[in-house]
Design a protein. Structure first.
Ligand SMILES: [Zn+2]
Length: 305
C-alpha cells in the first residue's frame, strides 16, 4: 500500500468521522429542540405516565412480607392549623385527605402493600397518635401528604365569586417536593433513600420537581436529587412528622396550591393514578434493593437505581 493511498484512506476516514460528528450534533440539537418544545408540567398538554411496577421477586412469596405504608394526610389535628388555602379557596387539610384516600385506593389495587390511613376526610387526629400508630403497626414508611404554598400571591376570582390567593402567570414555583429530616443519623439513610426514590419516580412519571427557590436558606436545603430537600428550619421549629417517627418518614408536597393550572391538574384522575404508580414503584425499588428477608421498619437506605 503506497503512502498516497494511505493518506487518501485517512482522508476518507476523517471525513467519515467529521460527518458522523455532524450527524450526531444535528440529532442532539433536534432532540433537545423536541424536548424543549414538549409541553412542560403543569400545562394541560403535559402528559403523565403511569409507571409499570417492578416485577414481584420469587422471594416475595411467603418469605418477605409486603411493605407497610402509613399514609398521613397532613393537618387535620385538633386545634392545629388547617394548612394553606388554595387558589380555589379549598383548605389544604381537605385536599390532603382526598388525595390520601385516592393514593390508598391506587396502592391497594396493586396488591403489593399493606396500608393504613391516619385519618379520613372530616376527621381530626393528634400528630402524636399518628406517630404512635405508625410505629406500633411496624410501618416501613410514613408518607405525609400535603400541598405547598410558595412565593408572592395575588387575589384572583374563583367560582362562586370568591377571592382566593393565586400565584402570577408563570409557573416558577410549581412542582412537587419531598421533605425529610437528617436530625437522627440512624434514620437519615432510610429517610433520604425514600425521599430520593420518590423524587426520581415522580419526575420519571412526568411531574415537575420544584426548584426550591423559596426554600433556601431557612426552610429546606436541596440535596443531589431534583425535588428532594432536607429540613433546615431552625432547631426547635423543625417539622414534627419528619423528625419524630422512628422510621422512614417523608412529606410529599404534591404541588403548589396557589398555581391555578397545577391545582387543576390535581383534579384529574390520571394525575392521581400516575402519582400512586410512582409511589408504588419507589417503595418497591427500595424493597428490591434490599434483596433479602425484610424486618419491619427496615427498608434500606440505599438509593433507588
Ligand atoms: Zn401542609
Amino acid at each position: 500500500m503506497d503512502s498516497s493511498h494511505l493518506k487518501m484512506q485517512r482522508g476518507i476516514a476523517s471525513c467519515h468521522t467529521a460527518l458522523r460528528a455532524l450527524v450526531l450534533l444535528a440529532l442532539a440539537i433536534l432532540g433537545s429542540a423536541a424536548a424543549s418544545s414538549r409541553p412542560r408540567w403543569p400545562l394541560p398538554d403535559a402528559a403523565l405516565q403511569v409507571l409499570a411496577l417492578p416485577p414481584a421477586q420469587d422471594g416475595d412469596v411467603g418469605i418477605r412480607r409486603k411493605p407497610r405504608i402509613y399514609i398521613d394526610p397532613g393537618h387535620g389535628a385538633p386545634r392545629g392549623n388547617t394548612g394553606n388555602t388554595s387558589c380555589v379557596c379549598e383548605s389544604e387539610e381537605v385536599f390532603n385527605a382526598r388525595t390520601a384516600e385516592k393514593l390508598y385506593r391506587g396502592l391497594a389495587a396493586t396488591g403489593r402493600f399493606e396500608l393504613k390511613l391516619s385519618r379520613k376526610q372530616g376527621q381530626t387526629r393528634a400528630y402524636q397518635a399518628r406517630v404512635r400508630e405508625a410505629e406500633a403497626w411496624g410501618a416501613d414508611v410514613l408518607l405525609g401528604i400535603h400541598s405547598d404554598c410558595r412565593g408572592e400571591l395575588v387575589y384572583c376570582a374563583a367560582d362562586g365569586g370568591q377571592s382566593c390567593p393565586c400565584s402570577g402567570e408563570s409557573h416558577d414555583a410549581a412542582g412537587f417536593s419531598l421533605l425529610y429530616s437528617d436530625e437522627d443519623p440512624e434514620l437519615t439513610g432510610r429517610r433520604l433513600g425514600l425521599a430520593q426514590a420518590l423524587a426520581r419516580r415522580m419526575k420519571e412519571a412526568g411531574f415537575l420537581p420544584y426548584d426550591g427557590a423559596e426554600y433556601v436558606p431557612y426552610l429546606y436545603e436541596s440535596d443531589d436529587v431534583e425535588g428532594s430537600f432536607v429540613d433546615r428550619h431552625s432547631p426547635g421549629r423543625r417539622i414534627y412528622m419528619l423528625r419524630k417517627p422512628r422510621l422512614a418518614s417523608v412529606i410529599v408536597e404534591t404541588h403548589h396550591a396557589s398555581d391555578p393550572e397545577e391545582r387543576q391538574r390535581w383534579e384529574e384522575p390520571r394525575t392521581h393514578e400516575a402519582f400512586a404508580a410512582a409511589v408504588a414503584a419507589a417503595v418497591l425499588d427500595l424493597q428490591a434493593h434490599q434483596g433479602s428477608a425484610q424486618e419491619p421498619g427496615q427498608l434500606p437506605s440505599a438509593r433507588a437505581p
